[in-house]
Design a protein around this ligand. Structure first.
Ligand code: 3HC
Length: 313
């Protein structure tokens, strides 16, 4: 059968809401888009361990330390689910990691900002994990089965992270004047970068039209950003935190919170590598990867040994 007919059959399956599985026939462009998106997502999870990992030794109590340790470990797990989902498309995990560490693969802009105080840990859980949930709840219903299932599992864990973060924020917001000041300062720094996580505006998002046609994305960047703002403003009001946007106002008729202009120059600078922490994040990941070489070698040697035992038996 010609590619044109096969592509049409694929489009019909998507149109009918069918889920595509690894052994199904799919257009090369669909595969390419998925590898791009899933690998960027996987890289974001493992780079995302760094800003908060920075606070594990300085958490203010054993309870907070245990919560943060579990959270950072969950992010590593998310990276693994996602690299596995990418591998179902025939790419090699090692190759993807090399693109991140020694090439120019992208990962989320948000992780190029520094974590300056303990309050940042709470605010990341609340805003950054909150934004990730809004984005990934949709991806859990996307057309590619392995990616949808990975996101379903990720969202369940991100929900704990968000609750944990919001609890830290609420505690600090209800604390001493110094604690209130610290948490307000953290919100002032993380609010706008959290809105940028959803990607450029719809009319400047080259991948969206194709991804939406193929039901990889079910909502656009701007739609999800608006949903995040609508969910988050009432939460900020509930804990008496001010969001750093004088233009925020409720449009009762539309049922949305209107917000001010995002600084897209900052966003594009960060994704081009000119953020505060790009260099440091990559240096830290490279060091962790190189220091861990012996673990990979040992795991491979062990797997080889197990295989030869199985062959003898
Ligand atoms: N950071 C870095 N790069 C971004 C970006 C961001 N916040 N938003 C967009 N970009 C990049 C895109 O990757 C694309 O680059 P490319 O064409 O060179 O690959 C370019 O900017 C144009 O953007 P588009 O809107 O056309 O790109 P997409 O259609 O892919 O949409 C997206 C971007 C909304 C981020 C989408 O890819 C997506 O939903 N990805 C999956 C989710 C994801 O990666 N989340 C990372 C968040 S972090 C996280 O979940 C960790 C948790 O612990 C908090």
């Amino acid at each position: 059968m010609s590619d044109i007919i096969l592509d049409k059959q694929f489009e019909d399956r998507i149109e009918a809401g069918e889920v595509i599985e690894p052994k199904d026939r799919m257009p090369e462009k669909y595969k390419k888009q998925l590898v791009r998106m899933i690998s960027q997502h996987a890289h974001s999870e493992i780079v995302g361990m760094l800003p908060e990992g920075n606070w594990i030794t300085r958490a203010p109590s054993l309870r907070r330390k245990m919560g943060l340790l579990a959270k950072v470990q969950d992010e590593a797990g998310h990276g693994l689910y996602l690299y596995s989902a990418a591998e179902t498309l025939g790419v090699d995990r090692q190759e993807l990691l090399e693109q991140l560490l020694y090439g120019n693969a992208k990962y989320s802009s948000i992780f190029n900002y520094p974590t300056l105080s303990w309050a940042d840990v709470g605010v990341i859980g609340w805003l950054v994990d909150g934004a990730a949930i809004v984005n990934q709840t949709m991806l859990a219903k996307c057309s590619y089965g392995p990616y949808a299932r990975a996101n379903l599992r990720i969202c369940k864990e991100e929900n704990f992270h968000k609750k944990q973060g919001f609890e830290i924020v609420a505690t600090l917001a209800d604390g001493t004047p110094a604690q209130r000041k610290m948490v307000q300062d953290a919100v002032n720094r993380w609010w706008w970068p959290s809105l940028m996580m959803f990607g450029p505006p719809d009319d400047d998002s080259p991948n969206s039209p194709q991804l939406m046609r193929w039901k990889v994305k079910l909502k656009s960047n701007d739609e999800l950003r608006q949903r995040f703002v609508d969910l988050t403003v009432p939460q900020a009001i509930a804990v008496n935190i001010t969001l750093p946007d004088p233009e925020l106002k409720l449009n009762e008729e539309a049922g949305h919170w209107e917000f001010g202009k995002i600084d897209w120059n900052e966003f594009f600078d960060v994704i081009k590598g000119k953020g505060h922490m790009n260099q440091e994040r990559m240096n830290a990941r490279r060091k962790a990867h190189e220091d861990g070489a012996w673990v990979r070698e040992a795991a491979l040697a062990y797997a080889g040994k197990q295989k030869s035992v199985a062959e003898i038996a």
